[in-house]
Write a protein that binds this ligand. Structure first.
Ligand code: KG4
Ligand code: ZN
Length: 364
């Protein structure tokens, strides 16, 4: 092992998954996931139809040490063999964020390790690099429960936002439409299952921001239209068709706005380095992936989506962001704050306050 090899314990507690992982980054930048443990709290929140912040924070407290121990055991390592600890420091539900971040600080202090306070969105941004060779720079569509953004990713700690949702996030749209169809939380995967075999053309749904020259998104019109249609149907076939139509409409908008961003990005890059990556929970959706893959091919971009386990929240992506930051000498002090809101591109967020990320959904 070269001295520049970094072995990092990642911790993720920003919403309803308690996760820990160990990732090793070689001196040449090669990445190896030694373990990735995700304990979902779905069963605890399901009776309430969504994430209850206080229940989430308590559940993180109860399980974080066992989950971290398990990640180390599965990696075959002890705390003494780590180079650093990376914990999500935001954005997300602050009670939960504090649990993982405090645990990470305690480990760093007790073991004399470097601490990295990771932006959860940076974790998603880098997640495709856990399982594939995706060099920088690339164009990223980050679609999760609380965020929907197009970013030019130049490197770790260097993301430039090209567009963002002006109302709901894509995952939020999936979740809310799923609810109006009577589906249980978490709605996105349930809606995808219901949509199987449905007719995506049966229910026409509005297209937002058509002709707009920027790369922004809007899902509130679609969501309201789908909710109104849901009230008027009762047959199982109609529910299936509405789920398929809503899924297709969300995928269509993601593809249309990404197409616009690809055109701008290709111009900026003068036709070089045309790589497109989709990440975040909604990237787990097969229809969304297929639509985006087509769009990327039409625009001459390569296409990468992380394996499903790295689309939704996990700690391997947090460990990787930590390792890449440590490789650049970017550690954080032990008083690094937990941040409920934390835009990836702070300059863009300040210039467009209507696009505040994390404004609505509990999830990031
Ligand atoms: O990235 P993630 O696990 O958590 C954060 O928001 O950070 O994303 C969760 C979101 C939820 O809105 C969930 O419904 C959506 O991703 N999602 C999906 C699918 N799997 C997760 N949406 C559509 N289809 C899926 N298969
Ligand atoms: Zn997430």
């Amino acid at each position: 092992m070269t001295p520049d090899t970094l072995t990092v314990l990642g911790l993720e507690t920003s919403c309803d998954e308690t996760a820990a992982a160990v990732v090793r980054r070689g001196a040449d930048g090669e990445v190896e996931v030694l373990s990735s443990v995700v304990a979902s709290q779905v069963a605890e929140h399901a009776p309430f139809g969504g994430v209850v912040p206080e229940i989430a924070a308590r559940a993180h407290v109860e399980s974080i040490d066992a989950i971290a121990e398990r990640a180390l055991a599965e990696a075959g390592l002890g705390y003494g063999e780590l180079s650093g600890v990376a914990a999500t420091a935001g954005p997300g539900l602050v009670g939960g964020v504090m649990v993982g971040l405090s645990f990470g600080k305690a480990v760093a202090l007790a073991r004399g390790l470097a601490l990295v306070a990771v932006n959860h969105l940076e974790g998603h941004a880098l997640s495709a690099r856990l399982a594939a060779d995706v060099p920088y720079p690339f164009l990223l569509l980050l679609v999760s429960g609380g965020h929907c953004q197009l970013l030019a990713v130049e490197g770790v700690a260097a993301c430039r936002r090209l567009g963002s949702t002006i109302d709901d996030a894509a995952g939020e749209a999936f979740d809310k439409i799923a609810k109006t169809l009577g589906l249980p939380y978490p709605g996105g995967p349930a809606l995808e299952r219901l949509a199987q075999g449905g007719d995506p053309e049966r229910f026409p749904l509005p297209r937002a921001l058509v002709g707009r020259k920027d790369c922004d998104f809007s899902f509130s019109g679609l969501k309201t239209a789908a909710a109104r249609l849901a009230e008027g149907i009762s047959s199982e076939a109609a529910r299936r068709d509405l789920a398929a139509s809503a899924q297709a409409a969300i995928a269509r908008q993601l593809a249309e706005r990404s197409d616009r961003a690809m055109a701008l990005y290709a111009r900026e890059q003068q036709g070089r380095n045309l790589r497109f990556v989709v990440a975040g929970g909604v990237a787990a959706n097969a229809t969304v992936r297929a639509r985006l893959m087509e769009t990327a091919a039409d625009r001459g971009f390569s296409f990468t989506a992380p394996p499903l386990a790295y689309c939704t929240d996990n700690a391997a992506m947090i460990a990787l962001a930590g390792a890449e930051r440590l490789a650049l000498g970017l550690a954080d002090p032990l008083d690094a704050p937990a941040r409920p809101r934390w835009p990836l591109d702070e300059a863009a967020a300040a210039a467009h306050p209507t696009h505040k990320p994390g404004r609505k959904g509990a999830k990031a």
